[in-house]
Design a binder for this molecule. Structure first.
Ligand code: HEM
Length: 135
């Protein structure tokens, strides 16, 4: 670097740009396939008719959590939707374990960890609000 040249700023790249929309969609699609294949998890999704539109909603959800922009408003009702499901602690643990396995299938460990940390944090908040913290 020449004297007098501006110091390059460290660029903060949002996670959505590091992971990319294609990977988000791949992870989400495969994850819901794996949930469906799991005996404990399948019943929770039994009343959810249209998986494709659910997956697109969830992909947009993660995209915004990672700092990305989506077309139009996407109203999320996390607590309301999950409250109706009678979730329990073991289901949460299984959800997160399958999510971690899926992330590691598609992403290098460092990016998988960063996405997983978000899911763990959101999962903890959900559990607390659903009264499941100590299960
Ligand atoms: C035991 C664990 C979980 C189960 C069985 C579960 C199941 C479901 C089901 C069945 C729906 C669809 C509800 C409907 O449209 O009628 C849903 C919605 C959703 N879930 Fe989960 N979920 C779990 C944990 C999580 C976690 C940990 C996250 C995020 C970190 C998450 C993110 C979402 C989002 C963003 C929606 C869409 C909410 C909306 O429509 O506004 N879920 N979940």
């Amino acid at each position: 670097m020449q004297i007098g040249e501006p110091t390059p700023r460290r660029k903060l790249e949002p996670l959505c740009d590091k992971i990319g929309r294609d990977n988000v969609e791949r992870v989400v699609h495969d994850f819901y396939g794996r949930l469906q294949a799991n005996e404990m998890m399948r019943p929770f999704f039994a009343n959810m008719g249209d998986f494709a539109s659910h997956e697109s909603l969830i992909a947009d959800y993660w995209w915004t959590v990672m700092g990305g922009k989506v077309d139009g408003p996407r109203p999320f009702d996390m607590l309301g939707k999950h409250q109706a499901l009678n979730l329990h602690g073991a289901a949460f643990d299984t959800w997160l374990r399958i999510f971690e396995e899926t992330l590691l299938t598609y992403l290098p460990p460092e990016l998988a960890q960063r996405w997983l940390q978000m899911a763990l944090g959101i999962g903890d908040t959900m559990k607390r609000h659903l009264g499941l913290q100590n299960n």
